[in-house]
Design a protein around this ligand. Structure first.
Ligand code: UD1
Ligand code: UDP
Length: 365
């Protein structure tokens, strides 16, 4: 096998799909190792279908659990899959527990490890994602940094420049491939009764926000105030973690906030592209809003995507209702920035930088 992809959650499936497709184009042999961190159809199989991915070769079916148990079980499973498939390279993407497990397993074995979306930093070690991405970067042999800024963070941590390639983010490749299809095929606006309406789109699922009752209530109150101020509904496709916490805390969604099931990828793209503004605490959603030219307010204290703030596409509001309302007022109607995440050829650049044969097609640097 040339490449083993270790993935397990919604954003990894979306952002590795372009690299899988680049392997197909280059006629490389690959295996998909699914950790099973995400297993609900709406977070998992729906993306395999929509992104035309083959079924995983391995389904480790690890499921949910404490960080230690979940990561440990993945480690055992990934080691077995890598032993059996003998890949030249293991690729992981992003910052989840699946990434940490894939990185640890591969770095101790006779295979090279590549980290896609390397060098992102929030400098907030309270986030499990920050620990995961730092450790994955320091285990990796090949670092695929989306921007010069992320390359700079890697250099500062002592990682050799010979191991880093600035590729852009594969999220751009995914959008380029799917946006027209989404525009043509998605009926999400009609399905949600939004045809011709103005609306805000919201996602919020980060553990540090929704596991904390005060922060969760704060961000919902902020969305309500912003919706009221601009006379729009806030459409909230809810991650299961958030839905579970809402029930546990006994919180009702405020009237402007419409909770809906998680959206399929094409529907989510179409909804983002059509929204007046995006409210989020997600990483990938900050990037997508920026790339699609839609203003974003990020309900966090920091971001590992500062490029979005620098170009004027994003503003941090924490979970404070008044700050959320003010940030929305400042961002609404903004646009015209440049996409800082590359030209949509990240996947080809990643394959070209790996020690694989045959060489994929030439793309401009
Ligand atoms: C994980 C990542 C997070 C990423 C997110 C993408 C870590 C530490 N966190 O968070 O960085 O942004 O994925 O969406 O890796 N659940 C289901 N069905 C599923 C999966 C989860 O119902 O298919 C519920 C379970 O109650 C579970 C909870 O969601 O306990 C959290 O799932 P988990 O995988 O631990 O973390 P995420 O919040 O999804
Ligand atoms: N997404 C989706 N449906 C939804 C919400 C998000 O398809 O209802 C996609 C979105 O397009 C983005 C990715 O999921 O590419 C982001 O994943 P998530 O927010 O779960 O994780 P993060 O990026 O924060 O790690």
């Amino acid at each position: 096998t040339d490449v083993a992809f270790v993935l397990g959650t919604r954003p990894e499936i979306i952002k590795l799909a372009p690299v899988v497709q680049a392997c197909e184009r280059a006629d490389l042999e690959y295996a998909i190792v699914h950790t099973g961190q995400h297993y609900s159809d709406s977070l998992d199989s729906v993306f395999f279908d929509q992104l035309d991915l083959p079924d995983p070769d391995y389904d480790l079916a690890v499921g949910s659990g404490s960080h230690g148990k979940q990561t440990a079980e993945m480690l055992v499973g990934v080691e077995r899959a890598v032993t059996e498939t003998e890949p030249a390279v293991v690729l992981v993407q992003g910052d989840t527990n699946s990434v940490l497990a894939g990185a640890l397993a591969a770095s101790k074995m006779d295979t090279e490890l590549g980290h896609v979306e390397a060098g992102l930093r929030s400098f907030d070690r309270g986030m499990p994602e920050e620990t995961n991405r730092v450790l994955a970067d320091h285990a990796a042999d090949y670092h695929f940094a989306p921007t010069d800024r992320s390359k700079g963070y890697l250099l500062r941590e002592g990682i050799s420049k010979f191991r880093i390639t600035v590729t852009g983010n594969t999220v751009v490749d995914a959008i380029e491939r799917n946006l027209d299809i989404a525009r043509e095929k998605s009926t999400v606006l009609a399905d949600l009764g939004l045809d011709g309406s103005r609306f805000f789109l919201m996602t919020a699922h980060r553990a540090e926000n929704v596991d904390d009752e005060e922060r969760f209530e704060g961000l919902l109150a902020g969305a309500q105030r912003a919706g009221d101020a601009h006379d729009v509904d806030v459409i909230y496709p809810m991650h299961p973690r958030s839905r579970n916490r809402l029930e546990e805390f006994g919180i009702d969604l405020p009237p402007r906030v419409r909770g809906v099931e998680p959206l399929e990828y094409l529907d989510f793209l179409q909804a983002t592209a059509s929204a007046d503004l995006v409210l989020t605490d997600s990483g990938g959603v900050q990037e997508e809003a920026c790339i699609l030219g839609v203003p974003c307010v990020t309900m966090r204290d920091n971001t590992e995507r500062p490029e979005t703030v620098d170009v004027g596409a994003n503003r941090l509001s924490s979970c404070d209702p008044a700050r959320i309302e003010r940030s929305v007022a400042a961002m609404i109607g903004a646009g015209g920035w440049e996409n800082p995440f590359g030209d949509g050829d990240a996947a080809d650049r990643i394959l070209r930088a790996l020690p694989l044969d045959p060489e994929p097609e030439e793309v401009p640097q």
